[in-house]
Design a protein around this ligand. Sequence first.
Ligand code: FPP
Length: 252
Amino acid sequence: MDLAYINDFSVRLGLPFDSDRVPQHVAIVMDGNGRWAKQRGQERNVGHRRGVEALENVVIGCRKLGVRYLTVYAFSTENWSRPKAEISTLMSLLSEFADKKLARLKANQVRVQVIGDFAGLPMLQRLALRRLLDETANEQELVLNLALNYGGRADILQAVKQAALQLAPDKLQAMTEADFAGFLQTAGQPDPDLLIRTSGELRLSNFLLWQLAYAEFYFTDTLWPDFDEAELFRAICAYQKRSRRFGAVVEV
Ligand code: FPP
């Protein structure tokens, strides 16, 4: 947590920030790259490229605000149905991100992990990511989960299969929700407290279906390439004003 950074944004944006109520885990659906490019008469790929820059800034912002886990939807299982050229750009951006951002991520003590079907990614991307994951494995300040070839239902389904394979029938019967969460790809991590989706879309799109059960949702019309550290600060301030009840009653 960087108190000077927080104070600077707090003054600039005129928003009070409560350092004791920082979401531990933030999840983001980074949406609107294509529209951002189209608005400028550019190819969708230009928007994706700017989207990676936005991601880099948001990672650094999270680190400075004291967020401990950040999960971003970078490529869904449904994204394979996009035109081949666009998939190819997204994959190139991914390996480029893994190669070029490794040093900066490490310097900021960011540990990168992948959730999703890693084996289904192309070889080049798997190699670049493997290095990124291995090289940042000991970093401790922020975990960055890249959701790649990820689907929430697929995650739940693989967890069910793992549990059935690994547990004897009596243990399976006795399995708690917490036990089950240990078979999901986010095993060992707290559930997201805050879900952000950009570009005015109001959907979950098969993202972290189990894990988002009690998350606060924050939607903004801002397109992902324009989502910067100030926008992140605003989103977290909005989260801090929410009253989280987890289904219970809070006395006022
Ligand atoms: C949604 O915008 C965005 C995606 C499908 C991909 C998100 C990817 C990035 C931000 C960059 C890649 C990330 C890494 C880590 C390399 P859209 O294309 O659906 O935009 P639209 O809704 O305006 O068409």
